[in-house]
Ligand binder design. Structure first.
Ligand code: FES
Length: 86
C-alpha cells in the first residue's frame, strides 16, 4: 500500500518513507517548507510571505502557487494555535 501525506510518500509494505521538498519560487530559490515557515511566522498574504522569504518577489510566476500554499497552511495554523492555547 502506498500512502501519500502532503510532502511525504509512505511505502508501508516495505517500510520506506520518502520525503520531498518542492521548489516553489525558482527566482528566489524558495521551497514549500519555507512558505509554510513564513505562514507559521505570521504571514497571511502572498506579499507577507514575500517579505519573509522572498517568494513571489521576482517574476511573479509563482504567486498563484504561493497563494494556494498560504490558503492551505492558514487553517492548519489555526488548529495548531488553538491546541497551544487550550
Ligand atoms: S518564480 Fe517566484 S517570483 Fe519568479
Amino acid at each position: 500500500m502506498i500512502h501519500v501525506v502532503e510532502n511525504e510518500i509512505d511505502f508501508q509494505s516495505i517500510g520506506v518513507t520518502i520525503r520531498f521538498v518542492m521548489l516553489v519560487c525558482h527566482c528566489k530559490r524558495v521551497h514549500c517548507r519555507d512558505i509554510r515557515d513564513a505562514v507559521r511566522d505570521g504571514a497571511e498574504t502572498v506579499d507577507e510571505v514575500g517579505e519573509r522569504c522572498g517568494a513571489g518577489t521576482g517574476c511573479g510566476g509563482c504567486r498563484t502557487l504561493v497563494e494556494k500554499l498560504v490558503e492551505r497552511e492558514r487553517p492548519l495554523l489555526r488548529v495548531l494555535r488553538t491546541d497551544v492555547a487550550a
